[in-house]
Design a protein around this ligand. Structure first.
Ligand code: UD1
Length: 419
């Protein structure tokens, strides 16, 4: 059944709570494979990507279930080493299972994640890192196979601080003989969250959050552990953008404000008053929106690529021009065409988008082109006249838990209609 999200723009007022981070829960669920026993992961968002991850764990022989934000995984018995193509298609980021399956079973097999809405999505850094740890990797007809009787610690210098490659190396290195040092590692908060969980499982690992991570591997299997997923900084950024666009006041609780520093600074340039303290962010906007200084997406702690599209949506109504440069993914402006249908004035030249603010956006029927592109449409709808009907919600449902309920909590008229 298809669904449409109808949003009527208008000011917000209210308090919401951030859900757990999608980008943290996926590698942490993959990490449960490294332990023999039961892991209990709380604050898990109710997202299609999370349910796809549970299907993968069940396929591999684990018992995995979701109940009210808590995932319980029993990985005592792992009987398979492959991820079938149908599950890979559901979630391309399942490449994160490569390191974990290899560490647990000595072999792993999955189809190549291929291209996606964001452009070609190579995994060369993942594969060459696993080779440095002693794995043999082959690719035949789009199927990647990895094998290693034993993995050995090594120094790995990443040519780019890839989040997924850093996570894959951390997972595989836990089972390697000796010490692995990852240089130019990604520094995202989700990497620190993975380190916390691995430490709780008994791994010896430090440095996450800096560009050098050190893992002392062990032949011993780790044990199951309990962990609470950190708050989703991108979901938080999206609802802050929604409030900035709509005007009014929002309070988001259960967040780590410093994880959103780059986005908060951009939104305050746009004329929002922001206070951030003790796990909550408050944002109010009553004056007209101003343009922002040029925004260039960068690895953390730079401006996050995942927040580029919702922040761009805010700029479509600013009194002036804002320039965006997308440095992380080659094709991440697919939302621009849909924003233009609402009346936005955006010119794209390669990796640069020039956004000239307009006096009004008009609600119309628009479709999600990708997850964060969908977020941009929700934000744009908040500042548009009339009703915006957003289709292709499967993209949004990968990363936002019941957005219609969150927006309703903020006093916005938002409803999902099954058609
Ligand atoms: C993760 C996030 C995603 C976020 C991205 C960047 C998850 C599930 N997804 O994706 O939401 O947008 O980080 O913050 O956590 N690259 C290569 N070769 C590789 C790996 C990556 O060239 O082997 C390139 C990618 O094509 C891309 C860039 O490196 O251009 C960044 O990718 P990466 O940091 O790996 O992103 P993901 O882990 O896929």
């Amino acid at each position: 059944m298809e669904a449409v999200l109808n949003i009527t723009g208008g000011p917000v007022s209210g308090t919401i709570r951030a859900h757990g981070a999608k980008n943290s829960v996926l590698p942490i669920l993959a990490a449960t494979l490294l332990g023999k026993g039961v892991s209990i992961i709380s604050n898990c968002p109710d997202l299609t990507d999370v349910h796809a991850t549970l299907k993968i764990l069940c396929h591999l022989g684990c018992k995995a279930e979701y109940d009210g934000g808590i995932v319980t995984v029993d990985s005592s018995s792992v009987t398979r080493s492959d991820i079938p193509e149908s599950l890979m298609r559901e979630m391309r980021s399942s490449v994160i299972f490569l390191g974990a399956i290899l560490a647990r079973t000595g072999q792993a097999e999955m189809s190549h994640p291929g291209g996606c809405e964001l452009g070609t999505r190579p995994i060369d850094l993942h594969l060459s890192a696993l080779q440095s740890l002693g794995a043999e990797t082959f690719e035949v007809s789009g199927i990647i196979k990895c094998k290693a009787k034993r993995l050995y610690g090594n120094e790995i210098i990443l040519s780019f601080p890839s989040v997924g490659a850093t996570e894959n190396i951390m997972l595989a290195a836990c089972a390697a003989d000796g010490v692995t040092i990852i240089k130019n590692a990604a520094r995202e908060p989700e990497i620190e969250d993975l380190q916390s969980f691995l430490t709780a499982m008994g791994a010896k690992i430090d440095g996450a959050g800096t560009s050098t991570i050190r893992v002392s591997g062990s032949k011993e299997k780790l044990r199951g552990a309990a962990h609470r997923i950190l708050p989703d900084r991108i979901e938080t950024a999206t609802y802050l953008c929604a409030a900035a666009m709509a005007g009014g006041k929002i309070r988001i609780e259960d967040v780590v404000p410093e994880h959103n520093a780059a986005v908060l600074s951009a939104l305050s340039e746009a004329g929002c008053s922001i206070t951030a303290e003790s796990g909550a962010i408050e944002l109010a906007r009553y004056k007209p929106l101003r343009p922002m200084h040029p925004i260039r997406t960068m690895p953390y702690p730079g401006f996050p690529t995942d927040a580029q599209s919702p922040v761009m949506a805010v700029c479509t109504r600013a009194e002036g021009t804002t320039v965006f440069t997308e440095n992380i993914f080659e094709s991440r402006f697919r939302h621009v065409g849909e924003l233009a249908r609402m009346g936005a004035d955006i010119r794209v030249e390669g990796r640069v988008a020039i956004v000239s603010g307009v006096g009004k956006l008009s609600g119309t029927r628009v479709k999600c082109t990708d997850l964060r592109g969908g977020a941009a449409l929700m934000v744009a709808a908040m500042g548009a006249e009339g009703v915006t009907s957003i289709t292709d919600l499967r993209h949004i449902d990968r990363g936002y838990e019941r957005p219609e309920e969150v927006l309703t909590q903020l006093g916005v008229k938002a409803e999902r209609i099954e058609i």
